[in-house]
Design a protein around this ligand. Sequence first.
Ligand SMILES: [Zn+2]
Length: 546
Amino acid sequence: MVVLAAVLGLAQNEGQAAAETPSAEVPALTVIVVVDQLTAERTREWAHKPSSSGFRRLWRNGLVYANVAYDHATTATAPGHATIATGVLPAVHGVISNFWFDRDDGRFASSVRDSRHSLLGDDGGGVSPFRLAAPPLADLLHAAAQGRGKIFAVSIKDRGAVFLAGKHGKAFWYSNNTGNFVTSTYYYPNGDVPEWLAAYNARARKGVPESWELLLPEGDYRHEDERVWERPPEGWTREFPHRFSTQGTSLHFDQLRHAPQGDAITAGLAMAIIEEESLGEDHHPDLLSISLSATDMIGHAFGHNSREAEDNLHRLDGLLAEIMAALEDRLGRERFLLVLTSDHGMSPIPETVPGADPQTSRIFASALTRELNRALRSGFGVEQDLVLRTVAPWVYLNFEAIAQADLGVDPVADKAAEWFEARPEISRAIPVSQLDSCESAELCQLIRNTVYPGRSGEIHLVPAENSFFSIEPPIYSASHGSPYLRDRGVPMIFYGFGLQQTVVARSVTPRHIAPTLADAMGLEPLPHWEAPLRELAAARQGEETR
Ligand SMILES: [Zn+2]
């Protein structure tokens, strides 16, 4: 399978022979690969499969951290990517979730939407990293190289690219409306998008096959194909093959995001950028981030124990091998440093868990809030709603109504929390005011790590073990987002840059990635960072000779 070559329409390596390239002091190109929703457990399992190529290669030749978990409670795409990008907690970088209620402007806020800008290649409001309150690694590189370090980030999702590109890099993501990779006027104020983008988009469209078929013979799959709880995207059934709708329709674009081919075109764009922008070729270090979303989209639709998820991992395994091979061909193994990680883990489809109650598996925040408001109105004998809204996992109280009724915020928060905790679908409801005197010390620390005044609410909800906060309408079969370890545990493997296989058992967090990459790139650390992972220097081949 040579997906990238097919997408790119390029001959394989023409360039620099690896062996002739001397070991570098700093990587010429640093590559951050984020596989959205890839759990630590899955990575380990695949690294030990005999047929495995990409995962196995990473595991066998890389610096592997075997115990990695986020230490924040809201395990979602935006906070995960922002944490990788900045090396700090959501309580510091401010990206507490994908969406939240913004107290300052009294509106629902998206982590990346910025109405001061517009999209290039798509309609609608623009996107920027303006909500990122801490400097990302990308900005440090930009400052140190005085703008000469090239910085790019690509993803299917806008929030998968925006934080990693930082304030000075360029971000591209896939548009569901146009089927093209697009960007924002934030990155190109004059609209002068590079010419290679349109050419790549045309090539990528041509490379999409008619359907997503099984890669291997049917008997090679462990997981069943058709399971009643799967919720495929519109136009698809629960069974292979999944035929793509007519090219050029929004149905086609949406299906593509739910298929491994979505990752192939994302990685293809990254490889095109390496070529077109000559990444890693001058003596200023460059940074490229590739966020692959198919695993997440497929996991939500079909569950992570589905045949679709299994086939996706086979294909991802091959794609990772191709990315590594392309980098090695172009730069040589010594001259790039790659890290593979994820933005969050994943929970199973609740209904597949023995003993789970299907009645309480999906939590609909708006219905729950209406019920809560009714209970609070009668409990406090007031007419107004005391809760503004719930944007999971946060409950936002109506300060105005509470003041008018002459009630304190704390008693209302306590009463609301009590009401939530009596519900079977909610495990814990913890008012922020109680975080410091909380009995569940670890849980409360995870929640505290995602409190950002003005963005987080007054009560943090933790779903019950087999429940999740559902988007509305309920198109997901399964989700993540909780503080449970299965949603926080992710892989972290460094590869290239002369690293030799090292497996590290001590516990670390994805907050270690930015300081470790910065250290390898010779950048000054930020004062609030963790120390760089000491094993990276030790795992470098031939270190003693330098
Ligand atoms: Zn997700």
